[in-house]
Structure formats: structure tokens, C-alpha cells
Design a protein around this ligand. Structure first.
Ligand code: FMN
Ligand code: SF4
Ligand code: SF4
Length: 455
């Protein structure tokens, strides 16, 4: 029987979400707002437009410290008020598109923010800004759309994470996502030394802290004990397999109900080879380690999602990293994610990715006969096996050549295959040499090669 209206809702950490698609946290939307009121108007509008396009929830990035904590931090932190950070009242940030000629295409982009040391009066300013943002969002969003706070804290000072979580809970947040995955601190002075010495400056340290299991455990536990709303942690692709497994176990045991996999990675811009190795960044006289996001993150994302679903039972997963097509959403969910959070895809394609994503999910479920998300989440897990347990049908597969589609470009006979050859301009295969591996399919841009079974 045909299913007319599939149910896209998910239960995530005990909260009901109308659908699993949300735009990954973005700390600063681009452009400049003149004052706090304009900031609130412009930025809440951006988040509400995501919802209008079909997003099932709002993720708002926020940080908060009390005036008391700010005093302590001031004594330990270098404050930056130099023309390099701010000029004419404006802070600078910059993006660089990463693109390679066909058949590769857009790979993502790099992002450098202004150095984000605290401004004087940080506590007061963020308090007002966040109160107004939450008020605007709560007034204007549909009732059933939850607000997830992507929480920033300062270094390894657990109190700053706790203060932030309690503050946003008091403003009506539905969930806290502790951001221990931000790649940006790697571009700040002394970050590498701090990582190895464990002596962190109390500014945002993101991925550097999220890679240390004892700190993840301590910060998560402190926040979980302080609030009554669900808490999860967002990690970095830099941690990687298999270290991330243990870190997520620690987070789970400390009370995290979900893990977000993951934030953007760390990148460095390619040097300009026609300009003596200068940065390919325009209007920048240096090249910092920076944020790198987009398509190229999808493979590590799937791997971490699959690994956590497999090895860390008892914690839910939100997937992010290179999800740039609607079908990627379903793929990540089949590997074990309950939520999907495209970010760079929305920057590249606009909100059409959200619209297409929701439509695709509905159509796909009807077509495939699924009525609820629970039928999809983790469905592919049972096929994740150890190599030695998989039957790859050795000796039974053989490459098939479609001579109608072949344009005789010769790519497939000009690489590392021992079985293909050209005879009078025609691609041929030595059948006894063909391992049926499918490698040559990579070379063919015309769909002329595919695997089949030997006769
Ligand atoms: C411009 C930009 C700003 C971001 N800001 C934040 C942030 O404040 N907090 C956070 O946890 N993640 C932040 N992210 C990371 C994204 O939420 C997402 O996890 C990551 O980019 C991977 O997904 P993607 O490949 O779809 O972009 C940001 C990403 C971009 C591109
Ligand atoms: S399937 Fe593998 S061995 Fe056979 S022709 Fe293609 S690349 Fe060569
Ligand atoms: S790469 Fe494809 S199109 Fe080119 S010769 Fe090989 S089979 Fe033909």
C-alpha cells in the first residue's frame, strides 16, 4: 500500500524534532551589523529563514561568561585590540573556495576569522545579545522547532561551559551542543605548544581540547550535572579513527546523550605558485592554519559516524561534514546518524539544499516504502563487517566494456591496470588477467565500464 505522508520526525536525546535536517552551527554570519539590535534582527532572520526553508530545528552558536569569570580570564589572557584585528570598527574574516578542474570540482572552502580574543566587556555584551536573540527566535519560530545551543566556552575552565549552559537553559534552549571541535584555535599563537603542554589560554580552544579525553569528560560531566536539558558534544575530524571512539565513550559515560560528528577540519591555503609561494588568500599577507569544510569531509564523516554507531552504543549521532546532496543525508543516517547538519552545502547552494533535502527525504521514503525515520537510521550498520568476514566473490567478477559508450579516449589503458589494452583503437580486456576489481571505472568519464559476473 502506498504511504502518502511519511513521518520525518525524529526523537533526538529525548526531544521531538519535526525532521532531522538542520544547518550546522555558524558562529558568525557574514557581514557587519552596526549594533546589537541590528545584529539580533539580521542574525535571527538568517536562522528563521533556514526554518522557513524546511529545517527541523535551529542551531544557534553562543558563548557566555559571567562578569566574575571575565575578570579571572582577563588576568590570564592577552587581549587583542590592534589594527590587525579591528580597523574602522570592523573585524575582518575571509573565505577561499577550494576547487580543482574536472573531473574533481568544488572541494569546499577555507575560512579565516578575525583573531577571536575577548573584547573588553565581553560578558555584558554577549549576555544582552544572547537574551535578545533567544527572545526573537522563540517569538518567531514555530512551536515544534527546537533550539539547539552550540556552546562555546573558554579553554579548559569548566565553569565557563557550565555558566553558558545554565544561562542558555534559563533562556529556554532545548538542548546544549558543547563545541569541542572548532578548528580555528589552531591558527592562534601558541596553540600547538598549549596542546602539548596542556596549559591552555582561556579563550576558545575547540578541537585542541576536544582531542583530550580527560578534558572532554570533565567539561561534559560538569555541564550535564548543571542543567536539566540534554547535553551533547561536537568533536573534530582531526581526532580521527580510532581515537575518537574512546573520546565519545568518555563523553557518553559523563552523561552526553549525543555526539555531533563533526566540526570542520584544519586547513592551510595552497601557496600561489606563480607568485613566489605567497598566500592564495586575497588581501592577506599571511596564511594561517584555518577552518576547512565541505565535500572533502564526507569520507571522514561517514567513517566516524559508522565507527561510533558500531563501537559506542548508547549515544545518538548528528552528522556533519561534506553533506552536500540530499542523498548524503540518507547515507549518513543509514550509517547510524539520527540528525544531519549540512553547513558548507547551504553556503554553496543556498537554502535550496534544505528544500531539496526535505523533498528528497519524503519522496525517497514513499518510493522505498519507509514510513518513519527509525526504519532508516542505522539500516546499513549490519553490513559493516571486518574485511576477513566479507565474501568479495574472487574470480567471479569481470569488467564489462560497453563499446557503444566508449569514445576511445584511452584513459583506462594508460594507468596501472594490467588487463586492459587497446587493439586497433578498441579497448579490450585480457579476461584471465582481469581481477574484476573495478579500478578502471574510476578512469572512465563515459560510463563505458562496469563490473559484471563472469560467464
Ligand atoms: C563559516 C563557518 C562557520 C562555522 N561556525 C561554527 C561554530 O560557530 N560552531 C560550530 O560548532 N561549528 C561551526 N562550523 C562548523 C559547521 O557547523 C560544520 O560542523 C562543519 O563545517 C562541517 O560541515 P560542512 O562540511 O557541511 O560545512 C562552521 C562552519 C563554517 C563553514
Ligand atoms: S576490473 Fe580491475 S583488473 Fe579488470 S580491467 Fe578493470 S582495473 Fe583492470
Ligand atoms: S576510459 Fe572509457 S571511454 Fe575512455 S577508452 Fe576507456 S572505456 Fe573508452
Amino acid at each position: 500500500m502506498a504511504i502518502l505522508e511519511p513521518d520525518l520526525s525524529v526523537n533526538f536525546a529525548g526531544v521531538h524534532f519535526p525532521n532531522p535536517i538542520g544547518v550546522g552551527a555558524i558562529g558568525e554570519h557574514w557581514g557587519h551589523a552596526g549594533n546589537i539590535d541590528q545584529y539580533v534582527e539580521l542574525n535571527s532572520e538568517i536562522l528563521l529563514k533556514h526554518v522557513k526553508a524546511g529545517a527541523g530545528y535551529i542551531i544557534m552558536a553562543g558563548a557566555y561568561v559571567t562578569p566574575e569569570t571575565e575578570k579571572i580570564i582577563r588576568e590570564r589572557t592577552r587581549f587583542l585590540e590592534t589594527p590587525l584585528r579591528r580597523r574602522n570598527g570592523k573585524v575582518g574574516h575571509r573565505m577561499l573556495k577550494l576547487e580543482t578542474e574536472a573531473p574533481y570540482g568544488v572541494e569546499g572552502f577555507l575560512f579565516v576569522p578575525a583573531p577571536f580574543y575577548l573584547d573588553a566587556g565581553f560578558a555584558k555584551a554577549t549576555e544582552r545579545r544572547n537574551v535578545l536573540m533567544m527572545k526573537a527566535l522563540k517569538e518567531k519560530k514555530p512551536k515544534d522547532v527546537p533550539i539547539v545551543i552550540n556552546l562555546g566556552g573558554l579553554g579548559d575552565i569548566a565553569e565557563t561551559w557550565v555558566d553558558g549552559a545554565k544561562f542558555f537553559e534559563s533562556l529556554g534552549a532545548d538542548m546544549i551542543e558543547i563545541n569541542l571541535g572548532c578548528p580555528l584555535p589552531t591558527g592562534l599563537g601558541n596553540s600547538v605548544d598549549e596542546y602539548f603542554s596542556g596549559n591552555f589560554t582561556p579563550v576558545c580552544k575547540g578541537a585542541l581540547i576536544g582531542d583530550k579525553e580527560e578534558l572532554v569528560e570533565r567539561i561534559v560531566r560538569s555541564v550535564v550535572q548543571a542543567v536539566n536539558i540534554p547535553v551533547g558534544v561536537k568533536l573534530s575530524p582531526e581526532t580521527g579513527f580510532p581515537r575518537i571512539i574512546n573520546i565519545v565513550k568518555k563523553a557518553r559515560d559523563a552523561g552526553a546523550q549525543f555526539v555531533q560528528l563533526f566540526n570542520a577540519g584544519v586547513g592551510i591555503a595552497p601557496p600561489d605558485i606563480y607568485n613566489g609561494g605567497k598566500p592564495s588568500w586575497e588581501y592577506m599577507d599571511g596564511s594561517p592554519f584555518c577552518m576547512a569544510s565541505g565535500s572533502f569531509l564526507r569520507v571522514p564523516c561517514y567513517k566516524d559516524v559508522a565507527a561510533i554507531a558500531r563501537f559506542v552504543p548508547g549515544i545518538q549521532i548528528a552528522a556533519a561534514g561534506g553533506l552536500v546532496e540530499p542523498k548524503h543525508f540518507i547515507e549518513a543516517m543509514m550509517l547510524g546518524a539520527t540528525m544531519v547538519q549540512p553547513c558548507t552545502g547551504v553556503i554553496e547552494q543556498g537554502r535550496s539544499l534544505i528544500r531539496k533535502g526535505v523533498k528528497f527525504m519524503k519522496d525517497y521514503m514513499v518510493e522505498q516504502g519507509y514510513s518513519s525515520m527509525d526504519q532508516i537510521i542505522g539500516l546499513g550498520q549490519k553490513y559493516i563487517k571486518y574485511n576477513e568476514d566479507i565474501d568479495m566473490m574472487p574470480g567471479q567478477t569481470l569488467i564489462q566494456i560497453d563499446h557503444e559508450k566508449c569514445i576511445r579516449c584511452g584513459r583506462c589503458v594508460d594507468n596501472i591496470c594490467q588487463a586492459l589494452y587497446m587493439e586497433r583503437g578498441k579497448v579490450m580486456v585480457h579476461e584471465e588477467r582481469c581481477a574484476g576489481c573495478g579500478g578502471c571505472i574510476l578512469a572512465c568519464q563515459n560510463g563505458a565500464l562496469k563490473l559484471g559476473l563472469r560467464a
